[in-house]
Design a protein around this ligand. Structure first.
Ligand code: BEZ
Ligand code: FE
Length: 323
């Protein structure tokens, strides 16, 4: 059978109406095809789903039309998304990494709280949660250390949790996790004690908290998968500026998942996941060995750092309120 008749067979099959009463489809322009797909959503009972899907089709078709995507490129995109799914499992979520590196995670964050400049009267700004959060960190005492094995230069973290008017919040919870000087979080490193550099702390009646950790280091996001390949092909680096993660929560207040960024870090203006907000950047102060008062857990003769930060929480949203 020749090439022409192959093509005729294929076309003939696809032109056959799927139902005997349906007329054969007329050839369509790109715009007509987009409109036909959107019309197919008319019967969607959930209005929000209809709104989201209609806009998705409009923008997706607009993008394909805009770049005049060809068949090879379309197939490359399908292969990329397939690989993104295949490398994901319980411990690795490559789709979230894709969302992070395309700025979508931060766009969702910014849209959720468009008016929180981090100034007085406003709550602490949120930023990406990231893939290295693990629930179940041990509860630790005020001032305790999260350093379970040598992990870098020691840093004493102190501060307060308050409401947006500056009133202290007692018994607020700080769920903290940070990476070590080998650039890894405990959940990434089978050789590290599982609770190294993680801990849950509660504020005292005056809203104060304190713990001993380390000064964080810059690190690359996992870049050995499809997302790393895309970063490389688009001339982007995979690095994040040094930061620690904290989820702050208290009954009656909105929880916030946030970072404290090290003002002395590289990559503050080129974070691979676009998560830096100016209000979250803080300076670590260096203390030479023996500078009093040496925090508990800092060995004599060792230099240490300190960092103070205030977290402010908004009142919980009232369920059913319009804002
Ligand atoms: C993190 O900070 O842990 C992180 C955030 C987004 C992507 C990868 C890592
Ligand atoms: Fe991180």
């Amino acid at each position: 059978m020749g090439r022409e008749s192959d093509t005729q067979d294929v076309l003939g099959a696809s032109m056959t109406p799927s139902h005997p009463m349906e007329p054969a489809a007329e050839p369509m322009s790109a715009a007509q095809l987009t409109a036909a797909v959107i019309r197919r959503l008319d019967a969607t009972p959930d209005p929000r789903l209809r709104e989201v899907m209609t806009s998705l089709i409009r923008h997706l078709h607009g993008f394909v039309t805009d770049v005049h995507l060809n068949g090879d490129e379309w197939l490359a995109a399908i292969r990329f998304l397939t690989a993104t799914g295949q490398i994901s499992d319980d411990r690795r979520q490559e789709f979230i990494l894709l969302s992070d590196t395309l700025g979508v995670s931060m766009l969702v964050d910014v849209l959720a709280e468009p008016s929180s400049p981090g100034a007085a009267g406003f709550a602490t700004e949120s930023t990406v949660l990231g893939p290295f959060y693990a629930a179940g960190s041990p509860e630790r005492e005020y001032g305790a250390s999260i350093v379970e094995r040598p992990s870098g230069e020691l840093a004493a973290y102190t501060g307060r949790v308050t409401d947006t008017d500056g009133n202290p919040i007692a018994d607020a919870t700080l769920d903290v996790w940070q990476n070590a000087d080998d650039m890894l979080y405990a959940v990434q490193n089978p050789d590290a004690p599982p609770d190294n550099l993680r801990g849950v702390f509660r504020t005292r009646p005056d809203g104060s908290f304190a713990f001993l950790g380390v000064r964080p280091t810059e690190y690359p996001i996992p870049d050995d998968g499809p997302v790393g390949g895309l970063l490389a092909r688009t001339g982007r680096h995979p690095w994040r500026p040094a930061h620690i993660h904290v989820i702050v929560s208290a009954p009656g207040y909105q929880s916030v998942a946030t970072h404290i960024f090290d003002a002395g870090s590289k990559y503050l203006t080129s974070d691979a996941v676009f998560a830096v907000k100016a209000s979250l950047v803080r300076t670590f102060e260096r203390h030479e060995p023996g500078t009093e008062p040496v925090p508990d857990g800092v060995p004599p003769g060792e230099a240490w750092y300190s960092l103070t930060h205030e977290f402010r929480l908004s009142p919980a949203r009232v369920h059913g309120a319009s804002q």
